[in-house]
Design a protein around this ligand. Structure first.
Ligand code: ATP
Length: 636
């Protein structure tokens, strides 16, 4: 075979080209991270080989000391990272180094603004990786040979990081991957062994395989008393500690090391918000190191997105994205779980039905909830940062995890009528602390957006009485509330549902007024019912309004408007909902309509009031042009 046969040129997938552009331009001030990314990939390749070799130790080819070596060629101006990990086949090279497999990538790149400051934030959410090599190199050569393949089955991949790359077959004696970076003219500083050594030490102390650099021979010399000091031959020297970080004691690990390890496992380049590191021995025997990122990943809402922990068994890497250990509502958590209870040959199938998995999942869930509880208690500002990124995901919790419902409820935050801001920073405990004397329920309203919630006519009576109402305006809120009938021992009540009974909060005067109105307006209510017929479920007077003449509400057991919208959005057939039409007898317009003797005009007014109420509650009308015609007629 010739040195390089079966050469082909391939175009990069469009998203790879975009990623390369973005990477080169926005990460320039952070360019040394390419070392972290490449060392990180080498360590992953070693992990994967160890795992595969559990079944077939021949894959080690008598070379079981896994490591990555960093070397330089001053003449060629190259820096090479050479590992003896799992390597890649030709197909794998094309798949991994020519495309990005994550779904949702297209949409992600669609959001880029071209402003490098803003875009560099976005790339943090996306995760850097192999392509970061092009920040400092104008050509990258990858030579690789998969473990178990013949020496003749090596592959060379080469690219200038523009539109395309070439792949060719080569002979490669040693298993694993060499990454050769041809440094750009102005990046020759990376040819300095001391500089690279200090960067790698910073980035790689926690990496479980040795990162080695060549230490030159020390020539024979003369000691202080003229004695001969033997020459020390040159050797590959490990420059990192090379012990898996989570196996070390908490007190021996610095904050920087925790941060770096997070970046290694997540490919994020921002520091995490917080973490919890625990070793458990006894009935269960495991170590967990769980991180909360500071930014949500770009694909958090993608259903196919992989999530979960890196699973190790007795320090041997088993799999990435082991979602069996993290419930969906904590899918933003990154970390490592190292179990001594699971068998080394554990597969996803076995994982799914062992009791150990269920126990570990429940333990990891508890750890995260406790970590969040602590953050909320000790650092409210940080917790708000967390909430802004991941609050909507956490709100899925009460529906998914009934056992931890109460603990999750304590972590929830909402906007409320207590302030004029859409910021979600009120907990149920805050609300309860501010409750009025005689109030024993938590009131809330759900709507499409903050403005719709904050201006809902249903809030009028609450404003008048100074009662706080939680304003729920995330899509997930209705779903959350349907699984949370109470929180901190208090019932949650929608201000838009049923016959509002403020119980002890009603004063004597209002009670008297109600009785008087009931008899005075009895025939008016009947006329309304007749006029509107089956457009409504019922008609009655209301005291929940002040400035608004009318509103619609659903019956206690009927589906709320937001829930109907939610169901429709996911393609469910929702039966036509009939509302109860409520009229405010204190309002001038209602008084005027009650006095209307002309039946035709009365019917027009009745429809107008109902349409208005529908519009306020549902945000749209079935027949808007009819409504406009009617308004114009009545105004003319
Ligand atoms: N040294 C290596 N040895 C073997 N395979 C490698 C090596 N470097 C990269 N790869 C393969 O190429 C893939 C792409 O690498 P890249 O760093 O771009 O993404 P990644 O490691 O999947 O991380 P992320 O997408 O989370 O940033 C890897 O998943 C791996 O399969």
């Amino acid at each position: 075979m010739t040195d390089a046969a079966h050469a082909e040129t391939h175009g990069f997938q469009t998203e790879v080209k975009q990623l390369l552009q973005l990477m080169i331009h926005s990460l320039y001030s952070n360019k040394e991270i390419f070392l972290r990314e490449l060392v990180s990939n080498a360590a992953d390749a070693a992990d994967k080989l160890r795992f595969k070799a559990l079944e077939d130790s021949a894959l080690f080819e008598n070379d079981g000391d896994l490591r990555v070596r960093v070397s330089f060629d001053q003449d060629a101006k190259t820096i090479t990272l050479s590992d003896n990990g799992i390597g890649m086949t030709r197909d794998e090279v094309v798949e991994h180094l020519g495309t990005i497999a994550k779904s949702g990538t297209k949409e992600f790149f669609g959001q880029l603004s071209g402003d490098s400051a803003k875009d560099s934030q976005l790339i943090g959410q996306f995760g850097v990786g192999f392509y970061s090599a092009f920040i400092v190199a104008d050509k990258v050569t990858v030579e690789t040979r998969a473990a178990g393949a013949e020496a003749s089955q090596g592959v060379r991949w080469e690219s200038a990081g523009e539109g395309d790359y070439t792949v060719a077959d080569i002979a490669k004696e040693g298993r694993g991957t060499d990454i050769i970076l041809h440094l750009r003219e102005d990046e020759h500083e990376f040819l300095d062994s001391w500089k690279v050594r200090s960067i790698i030490t910073k980035y790689s102390d926690h990496i479980s395989i040795p990162v080695q650099m060549w230490k030159d021979e020390t020539p024979e010399s003369e000691g202080p008393d003229g004695e001969k000091v033997e020459a020390v031959p040159g050797e590959w020297e490990a420059i990192n500690k090379a012990t898996a970080l989570w196996t070390r004691g908490k007190n021996d690990i610095s904050k920087d090391e925790y941060n770096e390890f997070y970046k290694h496992i997540s490919h994020d380049f921002a520091d995490p918000l917080t973490w919890a590191h625990n070793k458990v021995e006894g009935k269960q025997d495991y170590t967990s190191l769980l991180y909360i990122p500071s930014k949500a990943p770009f694909d958090m809402w993608n259903r196919e997105r992989q999530h979960g922990l890196k699973l190790y068994v007795q320090r041997v890497f088993i799999m990435d994205d082991a979602d069996e250990f993290m419930p969906g509502f904590l899918r933003f958590v990154k970390g490592v779980l190292d179990s001594n209870d699971l068998p080394l040959n554990v597969s996803r199938e076995i994982l799914q039905d062992t009791k150990t998995t269920a126990n570990l999942r429940s333990a990891c869930t508890k750890r995260v909830l406790t970590m969040l509880e602590r953050m909320a208690k000790n650092d409210a500002e940080k917790y708000q940062t967390f909430w802004a990124e991941f609050g909507q995901v956490l709100k899925e919790g009460p529906a998914e995890d009934i056992a931890n419902k109460d603990q999750i409820a304590k972590l929830l935050r909402f906007a409320s009528t207590n302030s004029d801001s859409a910021e979600q920073n009120v907990s149920f405990a805050d609300y309860i602390e501010r409750m009025k004397e005689g109030q024993d329920k938590i009131y809330y309203v759900t709507a499409d957006g903050y403005a719709a919630a904050a201006n809902s006519p249903h809030l009028e009576i609450f404003k008048r009485k100074g009662i706080e109402v939680l304003l729920m305006h995330d899509r997930v809120d209705e779903w959350l509330i349907s699984h949370l009938p109470e929180a901190e021992g208090k019932t949650l009540v929608s201000v838009t549902k049923g016959d509002l009974d403020l119980g002890d909060l009603d004063d004597e005067e209002t009670k008297k007024q109600k009785e008087q109105d009931e008899s005075e307006y009895a025939s008016f209510v009947e006329r309304m019912k007749e006029s509107l017929g089956d457009k409504v479920k019922d008609v009655r007077l209301t005291y929940r309004l002040t400035d608004t003449p009318s509103c619609i509400v659903v019956d206690d057991n009927d589906m709320s408007t937001q829930m109907q919208k939610l169901m429709q959005a996911v393609g469910q057939d929702v039966p036509d909902q009939k509302y109860i039409f409520e009229l405010n007898p204190q309002h001038a317009l209602v008084k005027r309509v009650a006095d209307e003797q002309d039946e035709a005009k009365f019917a027009e007014w009745a429809s107008l009031l109902l349409d208005q109420a529908n519009l306020a509650e549902r945000g749209s009308l079935e027949n808007p042009s009819d409504f406009i015609k009617r308004v114009n007629q009545l105004l003319a």
